[in-house]
Unconditional design. Structure first.
Length: 95
């Protein structure tokens, strides 16, 4: 910064904006700036994440279930989220 202090973080301070944060939590996607250059960001979550499987409305005995998902793994929903992000970044011409 202006005072010569080192500030932690990979991207420009305050520039990261996460997208689709409530869905497919084993992958983090968003947009940020690095040295002032806008770019797309895709990263895997290293920690275990929880996925909520809603109850089947057609089954009276069904109930909502919380499923643990391992970090650093692309499950079907996180793979789709990643592919969608890559398509969006390509459309926006982001590196």
């Amino acid at each position: 910064n202006e005072d010569g202090k080192w500030l932690s973080g990979f991207f420009d301070k305050g520039s990261f904006q996460e997208a689709l944060s409530g869905w497919a939590k084993t992958v983090v996607i968003g947009r940020a700036r690095l040295g002032g250059i806008p770019m797309g960001v895709i990263a895997t979550e290293n920690r275990t994440a929880e996925a909520i499987k809603p109850a089947d409305p057609a089954d009276v005995k069904a109930s909502e279930a919380v499923i643990q998902q391992a970090g650093c793994v692309w499950f079907p929903n996180s793979a789709y989220k990643t592919a969608q992000a890559i398509n969006d970044f390509r459309t926006e011409d982001l590196p």
